[in-house]
Ligand binder design. Structure first.
Ligand code: ZN
Length: 290
């Protein structure tokens, strides 16, 4: 994916350019980014990639499809608006969009639907999210859905499991305490002695730190997975290399899922002392099971 002409930091650039597989984007994407403008820019780039009709690497940036998508004026790229006086998407809008998705595109070979600010517009609408589920499993050909949000954890776990979640975060977003906690937890996971992990997981009892620590831990795990598949990691962490050298792909995936579950529990106001103990126990179970 060509990311020329967009002002992204290295992490965002790497996350986006690593997305296409065999020239195609995942059909259901969830872009998580603390900065709504950057998320929107990322969605613009991805929509250009989806509709581009130029030769060579996409998006070419110069074909009519690219130019219109860039201006948010492409008939096949829908930035779903809110209805007047509304702060959330209406279920009828989601249903209309799903119906529209099965209609062939006008000018491009693909259709794209972009839903912004899903933390507020979709998060408290489980029925609207559920309408997506079947679609995310069996999307019409050449149709792409992109949900943009600040925190993926505000959406239903069933959505998270069906959408490809892309976290557009630069390392700098985590504060030092969160980064160190993630590092300690990852090293603790690899230690045959339980005590270092138990000690590291105490950082999760601090709610302010826990979200960042889990996000930073995810980055290590994700990079370890990328390393295992021979790809280029987003960060340059020794921790990710150690994780990749010592854990199987399945265990890394299970640990990632654990981070997501822990995030959901934080949102549900779980007792933070119990959370630390639970994460520690689950890490041990996942890591040391055969
Ligand atoms: Zn193009």
């Amino acid at each position: 994916m060509k990311v020329n002409g967009f002002d992204f930091d290295d992490n965002t650039r790497a996350a986006l350019s690593g997305l296409p597989r065999a020239g195609r984007l995942p059909h259901a994407l969830l872009l998580e980014c603390p900065d709504a403008d950057r998320a929107a820019q990322a969605a613009v780039l991805l929509s250009m990639f989806a509709v581009c009709s130029g030769d060579g690497e996409h998006p070419c940036g110069v074909c009519k499809n690219c130019r219109n998508a860039r201006e948010k004026a492409h008939p096949d790229v829908t930035w779903l608006p809110l209805l007047p006086q509304k702060k959330q998407y209406a279920i009828s809008q989601i249903r209309d969009m799903i119906r529209d998705a099965s209609v062939l595109p006008n000018e491009a070979d693909a259709k794209v639907y972009i839903l912004e600010n899903c933390d507020e517009r979709l998060a408290s609408r489980p029925e609207a999210q559920n309408a997506f589920l079947k679609l995310a499993e069996e999307p019409p050909p050449n149709v792409y859905f992109m949900l943009l949000c600040r925190s993926a954890q505000s959406l239903l776990p069933t959505i998270l499991s069906r959408f490809t979640v892309v976290r557009l975060r630069s390392e700098a977003v985590y504060d030092e305490a969160a980064r160190r906690a993630a590092e300690d937890i990852a090293r603790g996971i690899l230690d045959s002695n339980e005590y270092p992990l138990l000690k590291a997981c105490r950082a999760l009892t601090d709610k302010a730190c826990a979200d960042g620590a889990l996000a930073a831990l995810r980055l290590h795990l994700r990079d370890a997975l990328v390393l295992l598949s021979g790809g280029k990691p987003l960060g340059d962490s020794e921790t990710a290399r150690l994780l990749a050298a010592r854990l199987t792909r399945q265990k890394l995936l299970d640990l990632l899922a654990l981070c997501d579950s822990a995030g959901v529990k934080i949102k549900q106001n779980v007792n933070m002392n119990l959370l630390g103990t639970w994460v520690c126990g689950e890490c041990r179970r996942i890591t040391w099971q055969r």
